[in-house]
Design a protein around this ligand. Structure first.
Ligand SMILES: [Zn+2]
Length: 304
């Protein structure tokens, strides 16, 4: 029997081995394991998806617990952490920082430990997973930074916590910001914009304004578009409330916080790709309108 394959949309073949990304800054610390997952190399599949072998690592309505468990197992094997205990929080977009020792916390948005044997993991699909390692004191952290965590200065607070509890010196810290939605795609509303403008002196650096491209209809018949919001004396090419778009640079905001906390800029990796721009590599909550999978950023101290 010959199977027909549509020439328009051939299914993309993928290996069953997860593709994981490493940050060069963390890769040469011998006692450390770390990685950021991509969507490739799992056992899950979406209805109507052009992709197969999805590595969904989060509990979402469309996937089974069995698939997620198998995907998580494959991910841990791929990053050489099969013997580490996976620690995942119920993330609530807070500034709650939880320590991992003999007790495993359940809720919060940042994990810290100096103990070997735990794989601290952040679940994300646009929010930034940030991994931090103290190369001298052997302390690690995993941080979940969406706009709320960033507005609450979570990354900065985690560095403060590492200093207070583990005597970490910021010049010995290395941080890697994983794949997330970047300024090219992260359009925000006026509420988020106001939150950032009121919180940060550097808000103008992390917020950019763009306007919709001028439409031919608008150009030809500008008077059709006069509304109460756009009085006649207004220049028609000036962005008005309806066409003004604000984009947030979450990566730069978190780099700024880490630098403010004392990390040298060259010890912060911030070049990971945009999740929304790369459907072949990443899940994106925004791009896929919520119907998507979840990825992980994970860091652990190896067992001796
Ligand atoms: Zn993008």
């Amino acid at each position: 029997m010959v199977r027909k394959v549509s020439p328009k949309q051939p299914p993309r073949r993928r290996t069953s081995v997860p593709t994981v990304l490493h940050a060069p800054l963390l890769a040469d610390i011998p006692w450390l394991v770390h990685a950021f997952s991509t969507r490739a190399g799992g056992v899950s599949s979406f209805v109507n998806s052009q992709f197969a072998h999805e590595l969904n690592l989060g509990n979402v309505a469309w996937d089974s617990t069995r698939n997620v468990d198998e995907n998580r197992r494959r991910f841990r094997v791929a990053l050489g952490a099969a013997d580490l205990r996976l620690v995942v929080l119920r993330q609530i977009h807070s500034d709650l920082i939880r320590h991992v020792d003999s007790e495993i916390p359940t809720t919060g948005d940042a994990l810290i430990t100096d103990k070997a044997g735990y794989l601290l993991s952040i679940i994300a699909a646009d929010c930034l997973p940030i991994l931090i390692a103290d190369s001298k004191q052997r302390v690690i952290a995993a941080v979940h930074c969406g706009w709320r965590g960033t507005a609450r200065r979570l990354a900065e607070k985690v560095v403060g916590r590492m200093r207070m509890f583990f005597n970490s010196q910021p010049q010995h810290l290395r941080a890697a910001i994983g794949p997330g939605i970047r300024r090219c795609c992260y359009r925000i509303g006026s509420d988020v914009e106001e939150e950032f403008r009121s919180q940060f002196t550097y808000a103008s650096k992390v917020l950019t304004s763009r306007s919709d491209p001028p439409s031919p209809l608008r150009e030809k018949y500008p008077r059709l578009f006069i509304t109460y919001k756009s009085p006649e004396f207004k220049t028609f090419h000036e962005p008005d409330e309806e066409t003004r778009q604000i984009y947030l640079d979450l990566v730069l905001a978190n780099v700024t916080q880490l630098v403010d906390a004392g990390l040298p800029r060259n010890q912060i990796y911030s070049e990971a790709p945009c999740t929304s721009c790369h459907p072949e590599l990443f899940f994106s909550h925004r791009r896929d309108a919520g119907r998507t999978g979840r990825m992980m950023g994970s860091i652990g101290i190896k067992n001796k």
